[in-house]
Design a protein around this ligand. Structure first.
Ligand code: NAG
Ligand code: NAG
Ligand code: NAG
Ligand code: ZN
Ligand code: ZN
Length: 309
């Protein structure tokens, strides 16, 4: 598997050129820049410990949603008191996103927190996997080896080591035009790892299932309309990968829209057992700007290699 390499850049470029008009067609709907569910954070500019501003409870809900906060006393979870616990959670968030951990809602923090993102929490059960750490499994190789920032889910769930061929299918109502970008994302993971992937018809059993859902769709992780969370997927061996149907999706880089293939690369990482990385160039970094197109990064590939050692 080590001999396999990524598709050349020129191939990516070609896809963009050929398919960009599809994305453009979607742009007839004017993009409402003020409708993101994360925009409340802008109102908290400059807030820090001791402040008691009306929207601080929304910040608490945000940090709780992504795993940074868990007040035992729910009164504190819903009040507007910028307390020690919130300051500490905010500093952890800032560290994970490579922002100076000031505990203040500064411009950089607002910019990061309002960027649309994957719905999977960054922290599970209080364990912050995004932070750099000693990799016990990691054989020390070269002096120049960068610190790895990839992470796994709690308990390192993974596919059985013997199961290297995974099948996937699409939900019955899945749009045909959105199949090729997902297939390409599977090909890229195939080329970079021990796994191979094969699509099976919608009515057959498969290891992985991909679909579009909106709002509360029954799995405990409701989507939030346009902006906010874009997609999510479950750790092995669950196999579910959901796109938020309320987003404007595109094939390739289109301003105001999100690239289906880029999000598929990220969510397939979750399906295989990777959690979020603090390396901003890694596909497993949690946030995605509109028009952003990303590829697999050595941090992602190393994560899978170590998980399946
Ligand atoms: C936060 O509190 C400081 C005083 O500590 C005050 O000057 C500032 O206006 C408050 N900021 C907000 C956004 O309420
Ligand atoms: C929760 O916090 C509130 C406000 O500080 C306090 O009045 C209440 O007694 C606390 N509840 C529990 C169960 O500790
Ligand atoms: C979190 O930890 C508790 C107790 O240690 C455990 O029962 C629970 O399953 C864990 N939750 C997850 C999502 O791993
Ligand atoms: Zn994610
Ligand atoms: Zn879902």
């Amino acid at each position: 598997m080590a001999s396999k390499i990524f598709h050349p850049i020129s191939f990516m470029f070609l896809i963009f050129i050929l398919l960009a008009p599809i994305g453009h067609a979607k742009r007839s709907i004017p993009s409402d820049k003020n409708s993101s569910p994360f925009d409340f954070i802008k109102k908290l500019e400059g807030c820090h410990k001791g402040n008691n501003t009306k929207d601080i409870h929304e910040l608490k809900a945000y940090l709780e949603q992504f795993g940074y906060l868990n007040y035992p006393n729910k009164t504190h979870a819903t009040d507007d008191d910028f307390d020690d616990t919130l300051e500490s959670a905010l500093k952890t968030y800032q560290k994970n996103y490579n922002i100076k951990p000031s505990g203040i809602i500064d411009d950089e923090t607002i910019s990061k927190m309002t960027t649309p993102r994957c719905g999977v929490p960054d922290i599970v059960n209080g364990t912050n996997y995004m932070q750099p750490r000693d990799n016990k499994h990691e054989p020390s190789s070269s002096t120049f080896h960068i610190v790895s920032h990839y992470s796994f889910f709690q308990g390192n769930p993974r596919w059985p080591p013997s199961k290297t061929r995974l099948t996937y299918r699409f939900e019955a109502n899945y749009p045909t035009s959105a199949i090729p970008p997902v297939a390409r994302a599977f090909q890229k993971w195939d080329a970079a790892t021990r796994f191979s992937f094969a699509q099976v018809p919608t009515n057959q059993f498969s290891d992985l299932v991909i679909g579009f859902f909106r709002g509360n769709h029954g799995d405990g992780y409701p989507f939030d309309g346009r902006g906010g969370t874009l997609a999510h997927a479950f750790a092995p061996t669950d196999g579910r990968f959901h796109y938020d149907a309320d987003e404007s999706w595109s094939i390739g880089s289109v301003p105001g829209s999100f690239d289906l293939e880029t999000l598929a690369l990220h969510e397939i990482g979750h399906l295989l057992g990777l959690d979020h990385s603090s390396v901003s160039a890694a596909i497993m970094f949690p946030t995605f700007s509109d028009g952003e197109v990303k590829n697999l990064h050595p941090d992602d590939i190393e994560g899978i290699r170590v998980l399946y050692l």
